[in-house]
Design a protein around this ligand. Structure first.
Ligand SMILES: CC(C)(COP(=O)(O)OP(=O)(O)OC[C@H]1O[C@@H](n2cnc3c(N)ncnc32)[C@H](O)[C@@H]1OP(=O)(O)O)[C@@H](O)C(=O)NCCC(=O)NCCS
Length: 147
């Protein structure tokens, strides 16, 4: 579907066997966001959203799942985009967003935590624009729209 021949990973549709590795990847990444508080509600939200989501994984033969993206097919809103720390800055995030954008045929939307500077920098590098401020006091988010 989408292959990065140099780095050895490819992107494919999410399958049932991907639940556990995506869950583990997500749980690990949540530790990077101490401002979010306990992980349990976010883990539940991932499981609840997957049955109706469009979702893709990036997979490398040795490492397994190195990233995943879920989005809402009715709106193109990205609920999850997570890349394993060892696999960042290799184009995985760009590839997942490209596949989602192609599938939707329209710009994608997402909310990024105001405190998540690394992700905000990545979206800026990828040509995303600020649409509005979102979220509540203490958990400010920024609504972005993709190219
Ligand atoms: C944000 C995230 C998905 C980016 O994924 P990635 O695979 O590292 O991104 P890519 O390698 O495809 O990089 C895409 C562009 O963003 C830039 N970029 C990525 N991370 C960056 C960072 N921390 N600082 C500055 N620029 C960054 C890259 O340089 C690249 O731009 P370029 O092509 O002009 O060089 C990844 O860092 C991640 O999973 N973070 C933790 C979870 C998270 O915050 N998810 C987003 C929730 S809204």
């Amino acid at each position: 579907m989408y292959t990065h021949s140099g780095a050895g990973w490819h992107i494919r549709d999410f399958e049932r066997r991907d639940y556990r590795p995506c869950y583990q990847l997500f749980r690990g990444c949540l530790q990077e966001f101490p401002w979010r508080g306990p992980a349990a509600p976010y883990l539940r939200q991932l499981f609840n959203s997957l049955p109706t989501a469009r979702a893709w994984v990036a997979e490398e033969p040795q490492a397994g799942i190195v990233g995943f993206l879920t989005l809402r097919p009715d709106s193109g809103y990205v609920d999850h985009l997570f890349v394993a720390p060892d696999w960042r800055l290799c184009g995985v995030g760009r590839g997942l967003l490209h596949v989602g954008r192609e599938d939707m045929g329209q710009p994608l939307l997402l909310d990024v935590d105001a405190q998540n500077i690394a992700a905000r920098d990545a979206y800026e590098a990828l040509g995303w624009r600020v649409l509005a401020k979102a979220g509540e006091t203490g958990h400010e988010q920024i609504r972005l729209i993709g190219p």
